[in-house]
Design a protein around this ligand. Structure first.
Ligand code: K1U
Ligand code: ZN
Length: 173
């Protein structure tokens, strides 16, 4: 497994990649499973609870997630060609963070419950209902597959302030 560099909004070249729409995965191969393992290792090291392939510069529609409790055994999950097939009218707001926007957190309003569909790492199709942090994280990661960052759900002022804060922190490091 290989630790990969996480692209951030502080670098204009990284941002240009993060804003792109990822391509569907045509075939689940050993190479794709190795990429998923790299993504999980990178996510755990960050640390984070999710990571989309676009965040390491791989413009493929897939992400990984682990929502297990800190002291519980890990529950790594891989989501390939993810979709939301139904979303509730009810909305909920969650304080989101993003490994590509370090140390910035803000409330984002999204559907509280979603029905999701994806392929797992064996290529089996899964459809299930998500709520709470799972629903929030799934939608956040699916946004990455579509070139959307959580800052895009906020006002232009908040977005610009956040990006300049991340850039300043990078210069000071
Ligand atoms: O996609 C990403 O950038 C990962 C992001 C996922 C996410 C977090 C919160 C709401 C929606 C989506 C993160 O993992 S940010 C870091 C984080 O949440 C965390 C880090 C350490 C321990 C617990 C949580
Ligand atoms: Zn993110």
């Amino acid at each position: 497994m290989v630790l990969r560099r996480i692209l951030t909004v502080a670098d204009p070249k990284d941002l240009a990649v993060l804003k792109q729409v990822s391509a569907p995965v045509a075939e689940i191969t050993d190479e794709l499973r190795a990429l998923a393992d790299d993504m999980l290792e990178t996510m755990y090291a960050a640390p984070g609870i999710g990571l989309a392939a676009a965040q390491i510069g791989e413009l493929r529609r897939m992400f990984v997630m682990d929502l297990s409790d800190k002291d519980a055994p890990p529950e790594p999950r891989v989501f390939i060609n993810p979709e939301v097939v139904w979303a509730s009218d009810e909305l909920s707001t969650y304080e989101e963070g993003c490994l590509s926007i370090p140390d910035i957190y803000d409330g984002v309003e999204r559907p509280a419950r979603v029905r999701v569909r994806f392929l797992d790492r064996n290529g089996d199709s899964v459809e299930e209902e998500a709520e709470g942090l799972y629903a929030t994280c799934f939608q956040h990661e699916l946004d990455h597959c579509n070139g959307v960052l959580f800052l895009d759900h906020l006002s232009r002022l908040k977005r610009e302030r956040a990006i300049s804060k991340v850039k300043k922190a990078k210069l000071a490091a």
